[in-house]
Design a protein around this ligand. Structure first.
Ligand code: UD1
Ligand code: PEP
Length: 440
């Protein structure tokens, strides 16, 4: 079993470089299969488990995909299969993002239904509502969703009941090849939507308004391959910002794009953290003591749900009562139970968690319940007394490249190890070392 072992108490200092954004690269790679002419070359692609999964999805459909030195090339000019099997969708929900491109280009797509996950039920009804509005037939049965159309889709006006990121992306991709004009109202405004629209426009699409709540797409007859560089990962950046703050350190987060993280910057400043915009990124200087605050997750430009668990770790270390309210996902508090194993004082009340700080965090064995929860547990481990063992690393590997190495470079006492499943004693490090079989 692979674990991450962290020993608390080190201040983090130095520079860390942020990778390309997971949530931008997945839709961009999915979109590359719309091109009926020419290859796409995508730069700053992080070596994440999710990237390997989306590449496998495309390969399984006959696209030629190569990945080397953080660059992916996709040649989808040959005829593609229009089905994505459950084995991939089960691993990664973002596999549903091939629905829009396949439907647009081939008039057919069949993808396994993603089902629920640790953070909520996460239906795709809004994606399907958009396809139906453009004239597609939607059939859901036997664990699959199948969408089809005779001829081209027809441009339509689509109002999203909520600004879903995935629905906005899928509908935008489908509408790019539709006959006529589409308008997405109450669209998601995340920076990753803008990145996808920029990629599609370079492929020959005609999309305006991405990044606002109204996106207008004039359908074109075909799209071609292009070259694109993925935007920096604002959630990875935020995770390292919290690491600097919680350890009272001083870290330059290279490549971080401050415009993408305004809500986070403002909350961290409220807590007493110094944040300085520099030429190459964002510098974060942790204070001697942190102040409690409240936060509510919201669609962009509100506070991102993908930073909620990391901020919970920070609030555990702040003086006073903080309240976190999660409005994006109905069940994204699985990490609360894990934090409690580390001596955290947390109370769940409906969609809010009341955090009493500061708490003397204690090392313990804890499980990453989702990728951000896993990162948050490492953050808590950085300041906990003794050793913390984080398990279920497959979640963390979905969204973070070399997280252990990056923390270690900043001065953290952290290792990724393969250990037998023996009992874990957080206060007795020699037992851990004795059990250590292989250092990755
Ligand atoms: C790969 C990727 O980019 N993942 C991100 C994307 O996920 P994803 O695109 O799945 O998130 P959405 O914005 O679609 O989901 C937001 C909310 O809308 C609901 N909903 C969504 C679609 C739908 O058809 N019906 C429906 O009810 C969801 O259950 C959820 O409660 O945005 C989330 C919200 O910022 C982030 O946490 C994820 O990291
Ligand atoms: C929830 C996340 O991703 P996904 O939508 O891929 O599960 C995330 O990145 O925090």
């Amino acid at each position: 079993m692979e674990n991450i072992i962290v020993r608390g108490g080190r201040q983090l200092n130095g520079t860390v470089k942020v990778e390309g954004a997971k949530n931008a690269v997945l839709p961009v790679i999915a979109a590359s299969i719309i091109a009926s002419e020419g290859k796409s070359t995508i730069h700053e692609v992080p070596a994440l488990a999710d990237v390997h999964t989306i590449n496998q999805v495309l390969s399984s459909m006959n696209a030629e995909v190569a990945y080397q030195n953080n660059t992916v090339t996709v040649d989808a000019t040959q005829p593609l299969l229009t089905e994505a099997p459950f084995e991939y969708v089960r691993k990664m929900r973002a596999s549903v993002l091939v629905l829009g491109p396949l439907l647009a280009r081939y008039g057919h797509a069949k993808v396994a239904l993603p089902g629920g996950c640790a953070i909520g039920s996460r239906p795709i009804d809004l994606h399907l509502k958009g396809f139906e509005a453009m004239g597609a037939d939607v059939h859901v049965g036997n664990g699959f969703v199948e969408v089809s159309t005779e001829g081209r889709l027809t441009g339509a006006k689509i109002y999203l009941d909520m600004p879903s990121v995935g629905a906005t992306e899928n509908i935008m991709m489908a509408a790019a090849l539709a006959n006529g004009k589409s308008i997405i109202e109450n669209a998601a405004k995340e920076p990753e939507i803008v990145d996808l629209a920029n990629f599609l426009n370079k492929m020959g699409a005609n999309i305006v308004g991405a990044g606002t709540e109204t996106i207008k797409i004039e359908g074109v007859e075909k799209l071609h391959g292009t070259e694109h560089t993925i935007i920096p990962d604002r959630i990875e950046a935020g995770t390292f910002m919290v690491a600097a703050a919680i350890t009272g350190g001083n870290v330059l987060i290279e490549n971080a794009e401050i415009e993408h993280i305004r809500a986070l910057v403002s909350k961290m400043e409220e807590m007493g953290v110094r944040i300085i915009e520099e030429k190459n990124g964002v510098r974060v200087i942790g204070p001697k003591s942190l102040k409690a605050t409240d936060l509510k997750t919201l669609p962009h430009p509100g506070f991102p749900t993908d930073m909620q668990s990391q901020m919970m770790a920070l609030m555990l270390y702040a003086s006073g009562t903080s309240v976190i309210t999660e409005t994006v996902f109905e069940n994204r508090f699985m990490h609360v139970e894990e934090f409690r194993r580390m001596n955290a004082k947390l109370k769940i009340e409906g969609r809010s968690v009341i955090v009493e700080g500061p708490v003397n965090l204690q090392g313990a064995e804890v499980a990453a319940t989702d990728l951000r929860a896993g990162a948050a547990l490492i953050l808590a481990g950085l300041v906990a007394e003794g050793y913390t063992r984080v398990t279920s690393l497959h979640h963390i590997d979905r969204g973070y490249v070399d997280i252990t190495e990056k923390f270690a470079q900043l001065g953290a006492d952290i290792e990724r190890v393969t250990q037998p499943e023996t009992s874990f004693v957080a206060a007795e490090p020699e037992i851990i070392i004795a059990n250590q079989v292989e250092v990755q």
